[in-house]
Design a protein around this ligand. Structure first.
Ligand code: SF4
Length: 62
């Protein structure tokens, strides 16, 4: 699974980093980044939850 954050849409709410901190972090600009790609298998469920919980649907998983 590959995770992507649309940094134009991301509002930096921090939800993804809170739900799945091993894959998502908020960077210096206050916008989410993906720190592990591909997403480790054991984190796929959390990454899906993070994507589902993103208020602006900025996270895509492939
Ligand atoms: S949940 Fe969505 S809007 Fe919030 S920081 Fe993560 S990618 Fe950005």
């Amino acid at each position: 699974m590959i995770a992507k954050v649309d940094r134009t849409s991301c509002i930096g709410c921090g939800a993804c980093a809170s739900i799945c901190p091993n894959v998502f972090e908020i960077d210096d600009e206050g916008i989410a980044i993906v720190t592990k790609n591909p997403v480790p298998v054991e984190e796929e469920e959390n990454a899906q939850e993070a994507a589902d919980g993103c208020p602006v649907e900025a996270i895509t998983l492939e």
